[in-house]
Design a protein around this ligand. Structure first.
Ligand code: PLP
Length: 396
């Protein structure tokens, strides 16, 4: 079967991978260099130090040639010991996958169940830690931006709640889809291990993932007894100090990474965050004008990265997404596990501007009509009004 040629650009509006800008693709299009040679150290240092500026940390960052799942595993195997209890908050599908991973590698996750419509509740975490008098819980794991639901967890409030109990558990945060799109402060919020990936706010293709560490996490790694080799921070940190890696790094992804970091700083991180917040608000205005429901129902927890939309009863989200793909060449995110076919997800992250948002929302509004989904027209107009009434952030 000959694939049908489609004119114009495909609209990749899933909540990651996000659109990789041409400038990053061009930066990656270079000769592979000797990763043990003298020229490599400059690239390695720029990547490592640049990522410290994005995580907002003065402590070490580790870069893996792996998807985000690898960095999830790295966070756990570097800090914990077999049979350790970890408190994990189930904000959605990705939080439950992290708990499954923890169980498979021999940890004992204890899951606080959420309703998948909001971020983690600091008080629920504090209540559980408060009765853990023996300090059996070694770590609290939270997903910052839950990509399956479009809800954001209040990480600094969770840190404060943990501190108020006096409990010594480590705080580990997955901001795979949050970093470089919505505010994040590894040091400022007192996070011990932050996990992220390349394919969302960093605007890169999938393939790199990261851990940011704290001094407390580094101390825990010395006592930790989980078997590990490839993921070992200690193997990394020695060579990293000179700009090198213990094994062959993903050289061309690093070319792209340093370009992405430059682009984020050229725009200014605060402007990047404001841009995402504004696009999130415009998208929610569109959804409400259509008479549909945003999955995240807790004010202040709505994500600037993506918006998950509940389908009206009796209508298939997947059939709707298939209509949009077929008619308008746009990919929207699917509902995952228990909300499969019940929601579709609109990605508004990464290298994204007002007109890209308007194209996305127009495609959805036309798709709703075409697929016969009950809605009120005018969502795209409501988003346009929001964009017109709020000023676009300017580059610093
Ligand atoms: N955590 C979150 C919040 C994610 O969004 C994803 C992927 O979308 C993952 C973890 C898993 O990352 P990966 O698919 O890169 O292994």
């Amino acid at each position: 079967d000959q694939p049908r040629r489609r004119a114009g650009r495909h609209m990749l509006q899933i909540p990651g991978p996000s659109n990789t800008p041409d400038r990053i693709l061009r930066a990656m299009d270079g000769a592979v260099m000797d990763h043990r040679g003298p020229d490599f150290a400059g690239l390695g240092r720029r990547a490592l130090e640049g990522m410290q500026s994005i995580f907002r940390t003065e402590h070490p960052v580790v870069i893996y040639p792996a998807s985000g799942t690898g960095a999830w595993e790295a966070a756990l195997v570097n800090t914990l010991s077999p049979g350790d209890r970890v408190l994990m908050y189930e904000t959605g599908h990705f939080a439950s996958l992290w708990a499954k991973l923890a169980r498979r590698i021999g940890l004992e996750p204890e899951v606080i169940e959420g309703d998948w419509r909001s971020g983690a509740d600091p008080e629920a975490i504090a209540r559980r830690l408060g009765v853990d008098r023996e300090h059996e819980i070694r770590a609290v794991c939270v997903v910052h931006n839950e990509t399956s639901t479009g809800s954001v967890s209040p990480i600094s409030e969770i840190r404060r709640a943990i501190d108020e109990t006096g409990h010594p558990a480590l705080l580990m945060v997955d901001t795979i889809s949050g970093l470089a799109s919505i505010p994040y402060e590894h040091d400022g919020w007192g996070v011990d291990v932050t996990v992220t990936g390349s394919q969302k706010g960093l605007m890169l293709p999938p393939g790199l993932s990261f851990n940011a560490l704290s001094p407390k996490a580094l101390a825990a790694s010395e006592a930790s007894r989980m078997p590990r080799s490839y993921w070992s921070w200690d193997e990394m940190l020695g060579p990293n100090g000179k700009g090198y890696f213990p094994y062959t790094p993903a050289t061309n992804m690093l070319y792209g990474l340093v370009e992405a970091i430059d682009m984020l700083h050229e725009e200014g991180l605060e402007n990047v965050f404001a841009r995402h917040a504004r696009h999130g608000a415009a998208t929610r205005a569109a959804v409400r004008a259509w008479g549909l429901e945003v999955l995240c129902n807790k004010q202040g927890h709505e994500s600037g990265v993506l918006t998950a939309v509940l389908m009206p009863e009796g209508h298939s989200a997947d059939a709707f997404r298939a209509t949009v793909l077929e008619a308008f060449d746009m990919s929207l995110g699917n509902g995952l596990s228990k909300i499969a076919d019940k929601v579709f997800r609109i990605g508004h992250l990464g290298d994204f501007n007002d007109l890209m948002l308007m194209a996305t929302l127009s495609g959805i509004e036309m798709g709703l009509a075409r697929a016969g989904v009950p809605h009120r027209p005018g969502g795209a107009r409501a988003a346009m009004n929001h964009l017109t009434e709020t000023e676009a952030p300017r580059a610093a």
